[in-house]
Write a protein that binds this ligand. Structure first.
Ligand code: PLP
Length: 366
């Protein structure tokens, strides 16, 4: 019988540790060949022309917005149910986040409301669709709207490494896509790190300059950039992790299908939906339940780790209200009290999933 079921499990193999050791011994820690190798391998897997390594997913979103030309006063459309980092880069550029509600089944941006929001905006500039929990937003519709209204698309792919839509990879369907390698993500650099990917040569060149104080190849600072660089040691970890990402995503999909099977008979639980055109990579396995906090406490008492992603809708954070005022987003607000993230990682066992689901069944059917 399984004892504890951790919420996640991060794995580093010996090859990764040796790769870090090689960098340590090399004496070259920034602006070196390992970041370039990681970028090349990442771009190749995304099917994009360029990948630019940076120091976080947040920086990748920020530089993405800057390179597509978002400026102070621009309207940028973003889902109301997401991590704060989808919004903070918009605010920090002095642009206006225009919150759009999410689809209650896929948790991604509601494209009907997006169309309405664009139509009533005075200064529409960009959309930040978020591929939340590991599943792509309806990119066909997002790209259609963007083309119709001449908007840029910077996708927040921070939770969706190598998720697909109609066979196309998450990073390849926008003007720019931003990935995070924060430790809990489907792949990590064992620290903070991010990647900006694009097919546009100018955007890539601009992003490379911005991450290094705006410096171009001739050493001239043509733009105002800061230091958003990725370190060599972290890139060494990322390069090794990239070799396993497909196998790990398959492990997550296998776990999701076991959960789906075991949770199917529990009426209180709404399971995540994978849209027909999508290949979900289950960064998080989020269900909706009544009495969510009671369930979490019960699972915690039985040594099962859970999380809430996220406890506050994006538009309700004080830092947002201070700038944008108050707004209401019905779905985002309703699901906030109902969502709970169950243990999910590539190595979770069938026994562990059985334990979690038996406890949930016991809690609601008692
Ligand atoms: C949806 C989303 N956007 C943005 C980010 C920001 O990434 P990072 O923590 O690497 O800055 C994250 C990760 O934390 C995320 O989950």
């Amino acid at each position: 019988m399984v004892d504890t079921v951790p919420f996640t499990d991060i794995h580093m193999d010996d090859n990764t540790i040796h790769a870090v050791e090689d960098v340590l011994r090399s004496g070259r820690y920034v602006k070196g060949p390992v970041v370039e190798q990681f970028e090349e391998a990442f771009a190749e897997k995304c099917g994009t022309a360029h990948a630019v390594g940076v120091n976080s997913g947040t920086s990748a979103i920020l530089l993405g917005l800057r390179t597509v030309g978002v400026e102070e006063g621009d309207d940028v459309f973003v889902p109301a149910h997401t991590y704060f980092a989808s919004v903070s880069p918009i605010l920090s550029l002095g642009a206006n986040p225009i919150f759009v509600d999410v689809d209650p089944e896929t948790y991604t941006i509601d494209t009907t409301e997006l169309a309405d929001a664009i139509a009533t905006s005075e200064n529409p500039a960009a959309v930040v669709p978020v591929h939340l929990y590991g599943q792509l937003a309806d990119m066909e519709r997002v790209m259609e709207l963007a083309e119709e209204h001449d908007l840029s698309v910077v996708s927040d792919s921070c939770q969706s490494h190598f998720a697909e839509q109609n066979g196309r990879e998450a990073g390849s369907i926008a003007d720019v896509s931003a990935f995070s390698f924060y430790p809990s993500k489907n792949m990590t650099v064992a620290g903070d790190g991010g990647m900006l990917v694009t097919n546009d040569d100018d955007i890539a060149e601009h992003a490379r300059a911005l991450r290094n104080h705006g410096r171009d190849d001739q050493g001239v600072h043509r733009h105002l950039g800061l230091n958003y660089r990725m370190s060599e040691m972290l890139a060494a970890v990322g390069r090794e992790q990239l070799k396993h990402i497909e196998e790990w995503n398959e492990g997550r999909r296998r776990a999701a299908s076991l959960y789906a099977d075991r949770l199917d008979d529990i009426d209180a639980v709404s399971r995540p939906i994978e849209a027909d055109e999508n290949k979900h990579v289950y960064h998080l396995y989020v269900v909706q339940v009544p009495d969510r906090d009671g369930l979490r406490e019960y699972l915690d008492d039985h040594d099962v780790g859970t999380g809430i992603h996220y406890p506050t809708p994006a538009h309700e954070h004080p830092a947002v209200i201070e700038r944008c005022g108050e707004t209401t987003k019905e779905t985002a607000e309703r699901i906030t009290d109902r969502i709970v993230s169950l243990p999910m990682h590539p190595r979770i066992s069938e026994d562990e999933i059985d334990k979690v689901c038996a406890l949930i069944e016991g809690y609601y059917n008692a």
